[in-house]
Design a protein around this ligand. Sequence first.
Ligand SMILES: [Zn+2]
Length: 97
Amino acid sequence: MSTRDWKGTPSTFRAVTHVLGLVYVVCWPCKRYAPLYMTAEIAERDSRRTTFSCSRCGAEAKQTFDDPAKMPGMVAEVRNGPVRRHPKAIERLTRRR
Ligand SMILES: [Zn+2]
C-alpha cells in the first residue's frame, strides 16, 4: 500500500501506521525502545509534529519503523504504571517555545 491509497487525514499516526506499519519510539543514548500504542489520543496526531522524550534520561526519543529488537543492544521498555516526563525533557521542551 502507498500513501496515495490512504483516504484519511495524512501524516497522522493512524495514517502512517496504516501504510508503513508499527511505529517504535527509541532513545538512542539509553538504547531503550517501546512500540507506540495506538490510543485514541495519539491516533489523530500529526506524526511530523509530535515529539517524544525518554523518561529515564530526558533525551528526545525518535520514531522508527525498523524493529529495534533486531538492533544489537536495544532493550524493550517495560512500563509499570504511568510514565512521568523527565525534568530534562520538560526543560528542553519549554526552552524551545
Ligand atoms: Zn534515554
